[in-house]
Design a protein. Structure first.
Length: 136
């Protein structure tokens, strides 16, 4: 697989954080409850997935998220620690498929699937910068 030194099949990583007000939808939309926001759970899951395969990548390569299918199962109040775990379950072509889950120390709060692709940073940024120039 392009960008990988070896197969990361089975690789796993857990990322964690404490839920603060800045990680709630209420921080952006005042009338919403102060509970951990779904977008923040997703970024924690993506972070865990990226970390799970980081040591398998060739120098100058990273992975980028290309697909996500997540269920947010339960609310998490301020102050609790959330842990998101990502495990490589399969690879297809240039895609790395992950099973992801999140837990707040009391119960499971999220689960789903995530897909990432290896990209060479220099080539990727060349395309991004070209797009920026075209966009004005």
């Amino acid at each position: 697989m392009n960008g990988l030194n070896e197969s990361p099949l089975g690789a796993t990583f857990t990322a964690s954080l404490e839920v603060t007000r800045e990680l709630t939808v209420a921080h952006f939309v005042p009338h919403m409850p102060e509970v951990y926001g779904t977008p923040f759970m997703i970024i924690l899951m993506e972070t865990a997935a990226a970390q799970a395969v980081e040591s398998y990548l060739k120098k100058g390569w990273v992975t980028v998220g290309t697909g996500i299918n997540i269920s947010h199962l339960a609310a998490t109040p301020l102050g609790l620690m959330v842990a998101a775990t990502a495990t490589v379950v399969s690879m297809a072509g240039n895609e790395i498929h992950f099973s992801v889950s999140a837990h707040d120390g009391v119960e499971a709060i999220g689960e789903g699937k995530h897909v990432r692709r290896p990209v060479e940073v220099s080539r990727f940024m060349k395309r991004v910068n070209a797009k920026k120039e075209r966009g004005g």
